[in-house]
Design a binder for this molecule. Structure first.
Ligand SMILES: [Zn+2]
Length: 242
């Protein structure tokens, strides 16, 4: 058996035998499935180690069959999420997206850092949840090389620098000449979607109450849900007004 220490975030848990749970952990080194033995016993020291959202340092033993959680030190449980159902729905969506995108043994430090930042902001921040979610989606798309094209028509390549039309399936904005029956996108929403991937989460609060932010969030969600590698059926609603 080999001992490994990983920074990790619990993405998912499922019951396993009588008192155990199987955990899906996101670590900077890749996704790991690990058994938390006895964690469903009332006084288990691993009780909170096996809760979704818990982030911390996990000491794992690796046997031929699987990883097993030996001990852990929590850095954050994002506890206030349990008391705000709206924010909890958004945060649960982040865990699902992270699980879809990560792979075993494939290092993913940027995804790990992004998830931690997004969880901190959705839990403790003042920014509207829809804006944090849009930022998480756009940063994730950028890291995968899947960003929507917001300044060039995806059909003819012409530069777009004003209000335009949006082809979520086709990959971004469309010029007037190519638009056909597509929904139009305001210049403000287009610029938000272009800039958010380069904006730090700390600076997002200025978008709360911005008149074009709901439109940008809706187009971002539609765009994200149409990427096969990022389609999560239970994604939270982007409300018309937030
Ligand atoms: Zn065009």
């Amino acid at each position: 058996m080999a001992r490994e220490i990983h920074n990790a975030i619990v993405l998912r848990r499922s019951d396993w035998r009588d008192y155990d749970r199987m955990l899906t952990l996101l670590t900077p080194e890749g996704r790991i499935e690990a058994v938390a033995r006895g964690c469903r016993r009332p006084k288990s020291p691993l009780l909170s180690a096996a809760e979704p959202f818990t982030a911390g340092e996990y000491t794992l033993y690796k046997s031929i069959a699987h990883y097993q959680v030996e001990q852990y030190r929590s850095t954050d449980t994002f506890y206030p999420l349990r008391e705000d159902y709206e924010r909890l729905k958004h945060a649960a969506y982040y865990l699902k997206l992270a699980e879809m995108i990560s792979l075993p043994d494939q290092p993913c430090q940027p995804l790990f850092d992004l998830l931690l930042r997004a969880l901190a902001h959705i839990t403790y921040g003042e920014t509207a949840p829809e804006i944090v979610t849009m930022a998480f989606e756009l940063h994730l798309l950028a890291s995968l090389g899947l960003s929507p094209s917001m300044d060039r028509c995806v059909r003819c390549g012409v530069q777009v620098d004003s209000a335009a039309w949006f082809d979520a399936e086709g990959g971004g904005v469309v010029c007037e000449k190519c638009r056909k029956t597509l929904p139009d996108i305001s210049n403000g929403a287009r610029r938000i979607m272009m800039r958010v991937p380069m904006t730090r989460f700390d600076a997002l609060s200025k978008l709360t109450g911005h008149p074009d932010a709901p439109e940008a969030a809706r187009f971002t969600r539609r765009f994200t849900s149409l990427r096969p590698e990022m389609h999560v059926p239970s994604a939270p609603d982007i409300r018309e007004i937030f």
